[in-house]
Design a protein around this ligand. Structure first.
Ligand code: MG
Length: 299
């Protein structure tokens, strides 16, 4: 398949000879935040600069939530509710089952968050998210505003509202994802926006039983471009956004192969009935590809 490049032979077993990259919809400004809703057989994602959350299904694409408060990364919590990072409101949002919107985390010690970027929910219900300044650096993605707090990765206990900084030394914390056993947390460090910063990398931390993190260490660097969002498969491989498509990285950080995508990829999500379909948000377009590997299921 011309879309597929096998670097390590194991990657050949993850792809299908008769299922290539397929364009599902386009004409958006910048797609982000893919999250699969199996009970609706649909994917929610954001057209971030247009301030809309979209809903894709085999029947087509429609607007799901507008305004979206310039939502970026998204996830589902353990109760199946949509959790969204809002640039404009500088907070984490939860869309309740009846459609009401709840602000989950807005401030830390009296100072506003920057612009939550990406989010994952751990099996214990805690919500982990990154908070770089990207969303308040331009009017395009939510509106220029002053930063009041250094960039962090945060852990939120949603019942108590307790917000705890878990990483404070990453410049431009962006995508994040737990390993399938939740013993590792991967975090993209994308540095200063638009800077030719060769330190852009993915860091990995060990997660303790108490929800603390070890010091981060280098995991991998993707090229061309840099890692924005990523998700794990059932084997613990990372399917990672890159400048030329999606890169598949082994749990020890080696490039196994890549799916070439004709646009800059921002984020990915596994979905479909068997979790074997990778949805790819890439600039103005939503793509998918069926794989012979399934997305991770957390404990
Ligand atoms: Mg991101």
């Amino acid at each position: 398949m011309r879309d597929i490049e096998v670097v390590d032979p194991v990657f050949a077993s993850y792809v299908l000879g008769n299922a290539g990259l397929k364009k599902l919809a386009d004409g958006f400004r910048w797609t982000e935040g893919p999250v699969w809703f199996g009970d609706h057989n649909a994917l929610l994602f954001n057209d971030l600069p247009r301030n809309r959350t979209m809903r894709w299904s085999e029947h087509g694409v429609e607007r799901f939530r507008e305004p979206s408060d310039y939502a970026n990364g998204q996830a589902r919590d353990r109760q199946g509710r949509l959790i969204a990072c809002s640039h404009r409101r500088r907070c984490l949002l939860r869309i309740e089952h009846d459609g009401r919107v709840t602000e989950l985390a807005t401030h830390f010690e009296g100072r506003r968050l920057n612009s939550p970027n990406d989010v994952v929910v751990k099996s214990d219900g805690t919500i982990w998210f990154t908070d770089p300044v990207y969303g308040i650096s331009t009017d395009y993605e939510g509106g220029k505003q002053a930063s009041e707090i250094p960039e962090h990765v945060w852990r939120l206990e949603p019942d108590s509202g307790t917000l705890t900084p878990v990483i404070s030394d990453v410049v431009g914390p962006n995508g994040l994802c737990f390993s399938p056993d939740e013993r590792q947390l991967y975090v993209a460090a994308t540095g200063v926006l638009l800077a030719a910063d060769h330190t852009k990398s993915i860091q990995v931390c060990d997660v303790t039983a108490e929800g603390r993190l070890s010091e981060g260490r280098f995991f991998a660097r993707v090229s061309p471009g840099f890692a924005d969002g990523f998700r794990c498969d059932e084997h613990g491989n990372l399917w990672c956004s890159a400048g030329d498509g999606v890169h598949c990285l082994s749990p020890d950080g080696r490039l196994l192969g890549r799916i070439r995508v004709p646009a800059i990829v921002s984020n990915v999500a596994f979905g479909g009935l068997s979790r074997d379909r990778l949805f790819i948000c890439a600039s103005e377009t939503l793509f998918s590809i069926f794989l012979n590997v399934r997305g991770a299921v957390w404990p």
